[in-house]
Design a protein around this ligand. Structure first.
Ligand code: KG4
Ligand code: ZN
Length: 337
């Protein structure tokens, strides 16, 4: 059994995990900085880097302790190399390189988006490529055909804001604070998703691309209009109608891609897929169209290191190890080595 110590520090979570054979989680420690960034309404990169430095040693030790192991007992060290905030990534990359070098272990740099996709292998150990995956997080909205382990075809992507970014911006406009996704979801439960007819963006040219900035502007215009007319805004209806507009577009494109695809398996990945209304909508669409539905448990949808360990295992099996020149790459693309 190959045991990988994995480290994740691309944004505002300092995380470490030990994962065996890419699918079995022996420990999964996540130290969130949300409380700190909340004060500023979003992630402050400089604060994120400093907090990672303060926490990383403790988080890695806790992951080894919880797995009942010492560093000498792990077989490799993996780390998120990108995409993400460069200063935040550098903390994890430098720490992982130092650990691997000192302990004489192989080093595996991992793409964060690939990690989100690989979270599905943990929650559903029987899942194997090919499958379609909708990756929706704070920084990314991708519709991906996973042709094989580590082989990706991006079928659609956002042309402007990521879906999570839209959740966060609308939450800020309503005054719900950061991070917006879970707060919009909670408020939306009390509202009517059909109350306000927000637009569902259609992109000319590429049928599978997304755009969320028009929707975000429509929400802001609606709020400004209501303020000017001195009308009361029913915030729960606003949240529910906005959330439904995002979900309709995500599910619409996903099902369009599935109809054109050779696979009958659909998976979800990324922080936004912790949203229960989205999970249910995709599951129902899959059931009625006859597709098999996969989704990681909510804790593995948002940022964590177990998913990095899962993705690292497939890289290792393909012989894709990193050398000591490994560096953070804030704009790393899916599929790039
Ligand atoms: O994957 P993730 O943890 O970090 C990135 O790689 O970006 O995703 C964070 C994003 C944030 O935009 C957050 O608002 C959103 O995921 N999010 C949600 C929910 N939980 C987190 N969006 C909608 N509903 C949720 N329950
Ligand atoms: Zn992420």
């Amino acid at each position: 059994m190959k045991k990988i110590l994995a480290i994740e520090s691309s944004c505002d979570e300092t995380a470490a995990a030990v994962v065996a054979d890419g699918r079995s989680v022996l420990s999964n420690i996540i130290s969130s900085q949300i409380a700190r960034h909340k004060l500023f309404g979003g992630v402050v990169p400089e604060i994120a880097s400093r907090k990672h430095i303060e926490k990383i040693n403790q988080v890695v030790s806790a992951a080894l302790d919880e797995a009942g192991m010492t560093l000498t007992q792990v077989d490799a060290v993996a780390v998120t190399k990108g995409p993400g905030l460069v200063g935040a990534l550098l903390v994890g990359v430098s720490f992982a390189k130092a650990l691997a070098f000192a302990a004489g272990k192989p080093l595996i740099g991992v793409n964060h988006i690939e990690g989100h996709i690989a979270a599905n292998y943990i929650s559903n150990p029987r899942l194997e490529p090919p499958f379609l995956c909708l990756v929706v997080s704070g920084g990314h909205t991708h519709l991906v055909r996973v042709a094989d382990y580590g082989v990706y075809e991006v079928l659609g992507r956002t042309l402007d804001d990521a879906a999570g970014e839209a959740f966060d911006k609308v939450a800020r406009a309503i005054g719900l604070g950061y991070p917006g996704g879970p707060k919009i979801e909670a408020l939306a439960k009390l509202g009517n998703p059909k109350a306000i007819p927000f637009p569902r963006a259609k992109i000319s040219g590429s049928a599978l691309d997304f755009s969320f900035s028009g929707l975000k502007s429509a929400v802001l215009n609606y709020m400004n209009g209501a303020h000017m007319r001195k009308e009361r805004i029913v915030e729960a209806d606003l949240a529910a109608s906005f959330q439904q507009a995002v979900i309709d577009v995500l599910v619409g494109n996903l099902m369009k891609a599935a109809a054109e695809s050779d696979t009958k398996c659909i998976a979800l990945a990324g922080g936004v897929t912790a949203n229960q209304t989205l999970r249910t909508a995709v599951e129902q669409a899959c059931v009625s169209a006859g597709y098999t539905f996969y989704c990681p448990e909510p804790l593995l949808c948002t940022d964590n290191a177990a998913m990095i360990g899962a993705a690292a295992y497939t890289s290792w099996q393909k012989g894709q190890l990193s050398d000591w020149s490994l560096n953070a790459d804030p704009a790393l693309q899916l599929g790039a080595i």
